[in-house]
Design a protein around this ligand. Structure first.
Ligand SMILES: NC(=O)C1=CN([C@@H]2O[C@H](COP(=O)(O)OP(=O)(O)OC[C@H]3O[C@@H](n4cnc5c(N)ncnc54)[C@H](OP(=O)(O)O)[C@@H]3O)[C@@H](O)[C@H]2O)C=CC1
Ligand SMILES: CC(C)=CCC[C@@H](C)[C@H]1CC[C@H]2C3=C(CC[C@]12C)[C@@]1(C)CCC(=O)C[C@@H]1CC3
Length: 350
């Protein structure tokens, strides 16, 4: 790390979430002065100053941004939810609010956590490069739709006076995640993880959270006037693409659940997911139905989607600092309590 970064004040928006907590820990280790802004409080740390508020509200954000050298924006509603209004409000309107408030207060650097899914519309992507892939013209869900709007707004705001960059991770996994491992385990418990969507040979990126954090910190360190990274987006991956179903099998068997074995045709499942989504939409004025298979989930589980992180290597010296094996080991150790053979005691208080 550049010596001059020591003691610099940063604000992690979404710092109480999965990625945010890992980012805070790494920033503290590197000597940054860390502040967190989040809508909820999930942990305590005497080294961190916490601000609880809504990023859509200027009056909540302003005090947290005073004197800040760099803002990391990694807040979002849960990606697998389907709340269109909330996604637009937080990911798009809220991000524009962050940009405006930074500019008003005089903050000069903004690192956005975007997503590689901004270029994914269900068709295979192999070793995708930033300069070759346009934004998805037909995004598969509202989350992706609003991540595209968000990224465009952040990159367009880059100027000689305000430096912005977007990090596009893919399939983040690691301890403290409430999504990938817990959802897969929940599906396994319900008997929904016996199946393989398609031939099982689709190759994807899963990225250990420590590598995603490393990419964010390098971006902040390199975000200066005239730097090649200003106004650009960067894929950050483990650079170890793997069969989607091999990765899921390692997670499941690592926690003593059986490996998925029964193949189901991709196209059939995709059509079923589209029909279920349509039925859920038709019935939405009367009841809320949340189909467990969405077109996005089926596509992610049954197509290729892996990306090149060469541009991040060239422009900011990025290379993964954890291998997939190391990441999986750390992850599985942290989820032992979700293992199939773990007996959970229920203490009844009468
Ligand atoms: N997980 C993944 O595989 C990938 C994630 N990303 C991106 O990485 C980022 C971090 O994801 P992750 O750590 O998994 O997500 P988390 O849900 O764990 O963390 C996001 C945090 O932001 C908070 N938040 C939501 N709305 C607001 C708001 N209006 N004001 C302030 N805080 C808010 C959330 O609170 P609450 O929980 O109460 O909503 C939560 O604490 C996101 O931008 C996501 O799009 C990109 C690629 C892959
Ligand atoms: C269909 C199936 C077997 C599901 C179990 C695993 C899924 C819960 C994850 C597998 C790939 C993950 C993923 C995301 C969420 C969780 C999974 C679908 C994202 C959509 C999260 C937000 C992003 O920006 C992109 C991610 C791609 C991979």
């Amino acid at each position: 790390m550049a010596a001059s970064m020591k003691g610099r004040k940063c604000l992690v928006i979404g710092g109480c979430g999965f990625l945010g907590q890992h980012l805070c820990e790494a920033l503290l280790e590197k000597g940054w002065s860390v502040q967190v802004f989040d809508i909820r409080s999930t942990f305590e740390d005497s080294r961190i100053k916490f601000f609880i508020g809504d990023l859509c509200k200027k009056e909540d954000l302003k005090p947290a941004l005073e004197g800040v050298y760099c803002v990391f924006h990694c807040a979002s509603p849960a990606p697998l939810s389907n709340n269109k209004t909330l996604f637009y409000k937080v990911n798009y309107e809220g991000t524009k609010n962050i940009i405006e408030t930074c500019q008003e207060v005089g903050v000069k650097r903004l690192v956005l956590t975007s997503s590689a899914s901004v270029v994914y519309e269900g068709k295979g992507i192999r070793n995708g490069k930033e300069e070759e892939l346009p934004y998805a013209s037909k995004p598969l869900d509202y989350y992706t739709e609003t991540k595209i709007l968000q990224e465009k707004a952040v990159l367009a705001a880059n100027s000689d006076d305000f430096y912005t960059v977007a990090i596009r991770p893919h399939g983040i996994f690691g301890p403290k995640d409430l999504q990938l491992v817990p959802i897969a385990v929940d599906m396994a418990k319900k008997g929904k993880m016996k199946y393989i969507i398609g031939d099982g040979k689709n190759v994807v990126d899963f990225t250990y959270v420590g590598n995603v954090v490393h990419g964010h910190i390098l971006a902040a360190e390199n975000l200066n006037l005239g730097s090649p990274i200003c106004g650009k987006a960067y894929h950050i991956t483990n650079a170890e693409p793997i069969f989607f179903w091999t990765f899921m099998t390692r997670i499941l068997t690592g926690l003593d659940y059986p490996a998925p074995r029964i193949h189901l045709p991709y196209t059939l499942l995709y059509i079923l997911a589209v029909i279920m989504q349509f039925v859920a939409w038709l019935l939405s004025p009367f009841i809320t139905i949340t189909p467990s298979l969405t077109p996005m989930k089926v596509a992610l589980a049954g197509t290729d989607h892996f990306y090149s992180s060469e541009r991040a290597k060239q422009d900011m010296g990025y290379k993964p600092i954890y291998t997939l094996d190391q990441g999986l080991k750390l992850t599985l150790e942290s989820y032992r309590h979700l293992g199939k053979n773990v007996i959970t005691r229920v203490i009844k208080i009468t």
